[in-house]
Design a binder for this molecule. Structure first.
Ligand code: AMP
Ligand code: ZN
Length: 113
């Protein structure tokens, strides 16, 4: 989608620090890391948010979930991690392309802010 920064990253139109990529997803380092490891996992397909998913996206969403452990393993998160999705205005979503934050390598507090 034009003017979507994460589509541009997926299409290599803007630089990013990619840690994993396949035909369905891209994983890259967050520009403003909130933990020693903070990467974003996105589908290559433009979906604005979790609220904009359809039943036809179930396979893609399931695929992302099963890839999390592989990416966490690649990044050395053997002691655990947190997967976060910010959705919509109250969720404080700032980039309107579905993404999951994968954070780790520190003790993460709860509840989030
Ligand atoms: P959210 O608030 O859940 O929409 O998160 C968007 C995230 O994208 C933030 O953590 C930003 O730091 C990150 N971000 C925005 N632009 C870029 C970029 N060009 N490369 C990497 N991370 C980005
Ligand atoms: Zn997009």
């Amino acid at each position: 989608m034009a003017d979507c920064i994460f589509c541009m990253i997926a299409n290599k139109e803007v630089p990013s620090n990619i840690v994993y990529e396949d035909d369905k997803i891209v994983c890259f380092h967050d520009l403003e890391p909130q933990a020693p490891v903070h990467v974003l996992i996105i589908p290559k397909k433009h979906i604005a948010s979790l609220d904009d998913t359809a039943s036809a996206d179930a396979e893609l969403l399931g695929y992302i979930m099963t890839k999390v452990k592989d990416i966490a393993g690649m990044l050395g998160l053997e002691n655990g991690y947190r997967l976060v999705n910010n959705c919509g205005e109250d969720g404080m979503q700032t980039v309107k392309h579905l993404h999951f934050h994968l954070l780790g390598k520190r003790k993460l507090t709860w509840p989030p802010g």
